[in-house]
Design a binder for this molecule. Sequence first.
Ligand code: NAD
Ligand code: MG
Length: 297
Amino acid sequence: MKKTDNPDNPQTKYYHRKYPQQHQPYPGLDSAMSPRPDCGEQTYIGAARLAGRRALITGGDSGIGRAVAIAYAREGADVALSYLPDEETDAQDTAKYIRDAGARAFLFPGDIGHEKFCTQLVKKAARAMGGLDIMVLNAGYQQFSDDIMDLTTAQLQRTFEINLFSMFWMVRAALPILQPGASIITTTSIQAYQPGKSLLDYAASKAAIMAFTRALAKQLADRGIRVNGVAPGPIWTALQVAGGRAQSTIPEFGMDTPMGRAGQPAELAATYVLLASDDASYTTAEIYGITGGNHTM
Ligand code: NAD
Ligand code: MG
């Protein structure tokens, strides 16, 4: 059945055609993608749900992190962004949206695969914003590899340092700063539940994030700090075109979901807002799936 663009139908509300093949070197830029990911720039409407909060978002320059940054700013929060130096243009563009929303934006380029940088990042972000209420641990590294024999130890270590170890390092640095009411949100993946054969290291790291999120939530409940995760399905972002998957799989990316298309970052932002807000005061140790119908459990 040929699908027409009906904005009321979730199947066709966002881009639902084949994607053109395109490769970028890691980490890739949103600005160089075709079509450009929709991060809610023209659509997200805030309602002061995070007024006065201060949020640190890793990987906040592009994709899901950028959609969250724009939404948080429009909900009244100041936002600190972490990203790699190569992503400066994407980060500056996201910062402009944050400032246009009347919020403050602070930029911290650097590699979160190193403990020292993670510790400094949290301290500097909290100092710049005058405190820290929300941590969105969203940065991620995904490089596909079809054969375990080709998966180098260097890549294995890098995947776990960036995706998992950075979370331990940043939470340790943040705990002396976070107050009751604070919220930590991780980004895991449907790969934690339905691991693909070309993503052994990535899927394993995302499963580890899921366990980390749930265990940490139990540990921090006593401090009045909630910890939850989001598990996206296929979302159109730079991660996918910068080595995250084989080019041959780009055109039909996301079409194997019941919704019949990949998701856009804009479709995740409201869940990160909810998890950060007081409305979710009884929600902790949960992982919210946003998968276009392939579900997580
Ligand atoms: P993205 O490329 O736009 O964002 C990932 C970000 O991670 C980059 O912008 C970069 O700033 C950051 N990053 C990577 N390596 C880093 C390093 N060494 N130091 C500091 N920052 C680093 O892609 P995205 O899809 O929005 O990714 C956000 C999260 O969503 C990731 O954790 C990813 O694993 C997860 N995820 C994505 C999908 C998807 O289909 N796009 C699906 C499931 C989960
Ligand atoms: Mg980026």
